[in-house]
Design a protein around this ligand. Sequence first.
Ligand code: FE
Length: 191
Amino acid sequence: MATEARIPDRLVRFVEITGAAIAVGEPESVLLPKLGDQMRALVSSDDWLDPAFAEPHPTYYQQYLLYADPDDRFSVVSFVWGPGQQTPIHDHTVWGVIGMLRGVEIAQNYSLASDGTPVAAQDPIELKPGDVEFVSPTIGDIHEVKNAFDDRVSISVHAYGANIGKVQRHVFPRDGGPPKEFISGYSNVDA
Ligand code: FE
C-alpha cells in the first residue's frame, strides 16, 4: 500500500499495541477498553494525520485507509465529514473503536423493532475531540453518524476488528423493510 511509507509514529504505536492486544485473544469486554485507551492516546493530539487523509469531498463523507493489518485482524480508517454529511443507518458486524480527532460528530444508536424498523436507542451521543466510542454486535452495532457542523469539516479515526473494506454489512432503511447489504470502500484505495 502506498500509504505505508508515511505512517506517523503515533499511529505506529497504536497499530503495534492493538496488534499485540488482539494476538492475546482476550474477550471483547477486556479488549475494547484497552483499545479505547490506545485510541484516546491516538486522538489526544491532532498533529499527525496526513493532510491527504483529512481531505473532504463536496458530496460524500470520505473513508481513508490509514492501516490494514496484513492478516485482516484489524484496520484503521480516518472518516472525514464535509459540512452536513452523514451516514445512513448501518451496522459493522465486527467491533469498532471511534476516536474524535477534529470537530464534532453526532452518533445515534438504534435497535431494531420486531418488524425490522430501526428505533432510536438512547439520546444521540456528541463526540468532541479526544472522545472515544465503541460499537460491536455484542454491545450495540447499529448507528448513524453525522457531522455536527453545517459549515466545517469534522474528522474521526476508526479502528475495526477486521479489514472493514472487505466486510459485508448492512444499511437499514429508515422506514423499515429489508436491510441492504454493502461493503464500504476506501477513498484512497482502488477497489
Ligand atoms: Fe459506523
